[in-house]
Design a protein around this ligand. Structure first.
Ligand SMILES: [Zn+2]
Length: 107
């Protein structure tokens, strides 16, 4: 097994959050420049939907995904300690599982 690098093909970061003005419905948008990456619905009057505050928090979490993905790759590299084989600690196994799910592999 070799050391990992991130291979996911996602919209290039950085991603930013834009809040749409509104009254009781206010989606929060995750943008990559002018590209819409994700729209998080927020509705104060629909209990089956996230509240506006939840929508804003969801958008902020999603917007950090490229940075978190990069950090995950760096953590795996750091744990390899310059070796050509991957670290086999449980934390690195969890990190590799997350990367596999992001890249569309096994859960
Ligand atoms: Zn490790």
């Amino acid at each position: 097994m070799s050391t990992e690098t991130t291979r996911a093909q996602h919209t290039q970061g950085p991603w930013t959050v834009t809040f749409v003005k509104g009254s009781y419905q206010r989606p929060a948008l995750v943008m990559a420049g002018h590209k819409l990456v994700a729209e998080c619905p927020g509705d104060q009057l629909q209990p089956q939907q996230p509240s506006i505050g939840e929508a804003e928090d969801n958008a902020r979490l999603i917007a950090e995904a490229p940075a978190m993905l990069a950090e995950l790759g760096e953590m795996l590299k750091e744990h390899a300690w310059g070796r050509t084989v991957a670290c086999d600690c449980i934390a690195c196994e969890r990190r590799r599982a997350i990367l596999a799910r992001i890249e569309g592999g096994a859960a």
